[in-house]
Design a protein around this ligand. Sequence first.
Ligand SMILES: Cc1ncc(COP(=O)(O)O)c(C=O)c1O
Length: 367
Amino acid sequence: MTHWLVPWAKPYFGQEEIDLLMETARSGWMSQGARVRALEERVGTLTDCGHCVAVNSGTAALDVALKLMDVGPGDEVIVPAFAYIASANAILYQGATPVFADVEPETLNLDPKAAERQVTDRTKGIIALDYGGHGADWQTLRALARERGLFLVEDAAPAFGGAYRGRALGTMGDVGITSFHTAKIFTCIEGGMVFCRDGEQAEHARMIRSQGESPKAKYVHHVLGHNYRLSDVHAAVGLAQLGRYDEVRHRRAEAAAYYTERLSTVEGVRVPLVLSGHRHAWFLYSVRVPTRDAVRRRLAEAGIETNVSWPQPVYEQDPYKRFFRETCPVAEETCRSVLGLPLYFELKRDDQDLVVASLARALETRR
Ligand SMILES: Cc1ncc(COP(=O)(O)O)c(C=O)c1O
């Protein structure tokens, strides 16, 4: 394993996490129980969503979300071409057809105009995601969905803690989700959350989470479900993490602002913007640079780990090649130039200075 001077991400796992984990282990109850309910309540308070349903991954949450939207064979669902594969996988799990649309050059989120061009009489809905923690253009997407009678699913897997016009990301669509995977800002190690619109939707989501079982009668199953249950052990980790909710968000935002300030004088780097009305969650600090792969190699030689989210449009991945309709130029260019710089809770100013200096040097030697 490479020992990085500055890794790309570093999950923070402190004494609180260990204490709550041990307490859960000793309690005699480790599967889904009181701690999962407490996590749902805590996340509900932080997002002002009264109907949160915890599951064991963001991917499971997306599957639940599309089942709640009653997606099936013959339906088309629009999804950004620049996305994590899980957003598209959720469409294929339903036997439906993913339709790829391009993203906006500033935020790298679904371009509502590009999405509109893909609407046909088979389109049932749209999945949009909040790239790196910056909200999509939810106002325009909501207007489009309303006008064309489509559902809107928010994939806020990377965006827990962000907001749009004062409302928490995850709660923008007809249903939304987030992820608590280890690499995320707050983690359960593995885990996810479905943000439901009302109690009825949440009850349905709970049934899908647990084999379609009736909330009233054990071993009576009303719908086809899964085992998507989160354990209390994972929820305990999440609860400990959320104890530092404000501090972590603040530190990441500070680190992002420092990068932006320092990189403003480095030629050739396009820094991420925060558009008005948005509160960035700062899961990723993704710049765009020319000759990205060479720059990345030079940074690695200097001991700096970076991340490329994502290197290919989803329609170039094997399971999706047959769904290709048209090239998405912004997505393609982004896949060639995007580079995630190190960003984590314990990142020090000195580390950031090293990243900035090494990036400047890597770009200079390119010329
Ligand atoms: C945009 C997006 N959607 C969905 C997921 C899936 O979440 P999980 O890894 O918790 O299944 C991720 C994970 O990185 C993601 O980035």
